[in-house]
Design a protein around this ligand. Structure first.
Ligand SMILES: Cc1cc2nc3c(=O)[nH]c(=O)nc-3n(C[C@H](O)[C@H](O)[C@H](O)COP(=O)(O)O)c2cc1C
Length: 324
């Protein structure tokens, strides 16, 4: 590991490290109005939501690194106490980058970035039409943390109205692939949240798992199971008994008696299809010819875990120790 104490490195160096390690960060596209009514639009990735009752978001229009001056967004917010914060999608990312240029405070950044202003309902700053997720906000407090270049100013806001494009909703949730958001990482890197970068982690909910310490050593020592796989094993609330494991074996053999394939290549074909039940049947057949080769059982269990079938995975993994 490399070790740093903030007091021993330069502010730009520290800023760079924070940007890389605290990532990917959501991006707030913040619309404000100056006290003279000039629209301002700037992105801020030191941003998040912090609660829903009341709905609180916060972002940091920090002091400029080069001269410690305050940004237009900061001045507008402290003057007018209002803003609209919108999420940033892949289709608008170049425009929000353009909006981050240091245009002077009398320049309308909607015009410069080519983004479209539309009227808000409860606050004066405009919403950005292109964004599918817009929050009209009131400033609750502006917290200052220093007066040097790079010092944070935390704008804590209450959301008083949300506008969400119907097309990004599915079954009452915002569907990540439909909204297609981007986030900020280190240097000039961004991240697009779609396709294979989106995956599911089941919530433990009220279920209390058995924990890593109750996983048998022969499972923990396997080269086939990753730490994520072991954590899924650890999440089951009770480990199947030997009787349950043997009953499971009889049942699955009965259900899949029609599978006659016994070759390794057949096994991996089923793996490509995510068909862990057929994988297990072939594993059991392969085991009849080579009793020591338990890896097929482990691959079948791993595939079951990937499909969040923990019960099946446990019973399959435990068959290793309970097969004669
Ligand atoms: C994706 C992105 C994220 C940014 N995040 C921040 C941030 O969290 N805080 C900050 O002070 N500046 C951030 N910046 C830089 C500001 O957008 C930039 O300083 C902008 O000119 C400020 O505009 P203003 O003076 O009109 O408020 C970010 C820039 C980009 C492109």
């Amino acid at each position: 590991m490399l070790h740093f104490e903030p007091k021993n490195i330069s502010v730009p160096e520290l800023h760079k490290l924070l940007l890389g390690g605290v990532a990917p960060r959501p991006i707030a596209l913040v619309s404000t109005l100056s006290k003279d009514g000039i629209p301002n639009l700037s992105p801020f990735s030191f941003f998040n939501a912090f609660g829903a009752n009341p709905p609180i978001i916060a972002f940091s229009p920090a002091r400029r690194g080069k001269d410690a001056s305050l940004k237009d967004t900061y001045n507008n917010l402290t003057d007018t106490k209002e803003c609209v914060v919108q999420s940033v999608t892949y289709s608008m990312v170049e425009q929000i980058s353009l909006a981050s240029s240091e245009f002077s405070s009398n320049v309308d950044e909607f015009i410069k970035s080519g983004l479209t202003p539309i009227k808000s309902n409860l606050v004066k700053p405009f919403r950005v039409k292109e964004s599918p997720f817009q929050m009209e906000c009131k400033l609750l407090e502006m917290k200052n943390y220093g007066e040097k270049g790079g010092s944070a100013n935390l704008a804590v806001c209450e959301v008083i109205k949300l506008h969400i494009k119907k097309e990004v909703m599915k079954d009452g949730n915002i569907e990540p692939n439909l909204i297609d958001l981007v986030s900020r990482m280190s240097a000039n890197y961004y991240c697009r949240a779609n396709g294979e970068s989106i995956f599911v982690v089941e919530k433990p909910g009220s279920n209390v798992g058995v924990g890593f310490d109750n996983i048998p050593e022969f499972i923990k020592k396997s080269d086939i199971f990753s730490a994520n796989d072991l954590a899924k094993f650890a999440g089951i609330s009770s480990i199947p008994t030997i009787e349950e494991v043997l009953k499971f074996k009889t049942k699955i053999e009965k259900e899949h008696y029609n599978i006659k394939l016994t070759l390794e290549k057949d096994f991996f074909e089923y793996q490509n299809l995510n068909d862990y039940k057929s994988m297990l049947i072939i594993s059991l057949k392969l085991l009849k010819t080579n009793k020591d080769d338990k890896k097929y059982l482990e691959y079948s269990a791993k595939c079951a875990l990937q499909n969040n079938d923990k019960e099946f995975a446990w019973k399959t993994a435990l068959l290793q120790e309970n097969i004669s």
